[in-house]
Ligand binder design. Structure first.
Ligand code: SF4
Ligand code: SF4
Length: 357
């Protein structure tokens, strides 16, 4: 079922958002949504303005660095980025651009016919999809949940209300270099790779007769760490990133929005003890190079279905600026004990359990 919204409400919120630098394709997508205000699934009036617009700006700087002495290229050189690595980064950015463009282009036909389409549930489809993902990308995990409108960023919308969330690992030996370029390169590599993963998962789902919309990990339509937490894939740590049992926070996330509830929800709160561990640890707060992680969490949105309050410790502006300058920072990911992977998750869980006995 779609949630209707008045055109005025959507336009008002849309115009607030379009003052920041969306990609051209996203701008086009947001404009098309205005033609179908009763058929889209819009952000909640309480939703906040976030997203990855700042990274589009970083990408433009990288592109211009191949021809000009841009400020970002200079900063990259100061970080010791060799010319060869710079070329590799430009290639990664080009992949990101390709995957992102594809995700917007794939949904274009839906605008011609947004009325609900039928789908006959197929038993065993979830297992089949998991087998497909595991065989193709060993480090990809998936969850499935209903998307609360509060998790859609202000002024934005999705075409469908159910969400598959995919995570993909960033390699530990690369993240160990944070905040140097080699770690940033790994961050961007997985952004590029996961963008292609969700496009492929969406195509697989379409072959099963499902209408769906992949969103590039830099697409910035929804709050993916909160969404993945709701889907039971992990829990948000103090720094706001999702901590997963397998890789800790060394993952990137991207969603595929689906028209029908074609799988059982994977929602659970098995990992919420992580919040207690964060109270004991606080390493990311102490070691963030720009003090972007505050001691106290503030509530950003209350009464989110299935989640309650969404709270944060992050000073986004400070983090974004440094993240962009270093092309991926990741110091907080590097120092988080959960990033060690392996048995760490269970070892740290027993620390919390002993404390509460
Ligand atoms: S990514 Fe870097 S700047 Fe941002 S919170 Fe983590 S350590 Fe701080
Ligand atoms: S570094 Fe410590 S406080 Fe920060 S998210 Fe990881 S476990 Fe939590």
């Amino acid at each position: 079922m779609k949630v209707s919204t008045s055109k005025t409400q959507f336009e008002t919120r849309g115009s607030q958002s379009t003052s920041v630098a969306f990609s051209e394709k996203e701008t086009h997508y947001l404009e098309r949504g205005k033609e179908h205000p009763d058929l889209i699934y819009p952000a909640h009036p309480d939703s906040v303005q976030e997203g990855f617009e700042y990274l589009y700006a970083a990408r433009k700087d990288l592109r211009s660095s191949s021809g000009q002495q841009s400020e970002k290229a200079n900063s990259a050189r100061h970080m010791g980025m060799p010319t060869q690595a710079m070329a590799s980064m430009i290639k990664i950015m080009s992949n990101i651009q390709k995957g992102s463009s594809q995700s917007w282009e794939d949904i274009e036909p839906y605008f011609e016919e947004l009325e609900p389409a039928p789908f006959e549930p197929k038993p065993g489809l979830w297992d089949e999809l998991n087998r497909f993902a595991k065989k193709k990308w060993g480090d990809v995990r998936i969850g499935f949940t209903e998307l609360p409108r509060q998790m859609i960023f202000r002024g934005k919308y999705t075409l469908f209300r159910y969400a598959l969330v995919a995570s993909q690992e960033m390699k530990k030996d690369k993240i160990a270099y944070a905040p140097e370029f080699r770690a940033g390169q790994e961050v961007m590599r997985v952004y590029g790779s996961l963008g292609l993963v969700v496009n492929e998962i969406a195509r697989w789902l379409r072959k099963q007769g499902l209408r769906c919309q992949s969103n590039h990990p830099m697409g910035g339509i929804t709050n993916t760490p909160s969404l993945a937490g709701k889907a039971g894939m992990g829990w948000q740590g103090r720094f706001g990133l999702l901590i997963t049992p397998e890789y800790g926070p060394r993952v990137r996330l991207a969603p595929v929005f689906i028209e029908h509830k074609c799988f059982e929800f994977t929602d659970n709160r098995d990992h919420d003890w992580i919040e207690e561990y964060c109270e004991l640890c606080q390493l990311c707060e102490q070691l963030c190079p720009v003090q972007a992680i505050n001691s106290e969490k503030v509530v950003r949105i209350d009464n989110v279905p299935g989640v309650g309050a969404i709270r944060t410790c992050i000073d986004r502006e400070s983090c974004f600026e440094y993240f962009q300058r270093t092309m991926g920072c990741s110091v907080c990911v590097k120092v988080c004990p959960f990033s060690n992977g392996g048995e760490t998750y269970h070892r740290l869980k027993s620390v919390v359990e002993k404390k509460t006995i």
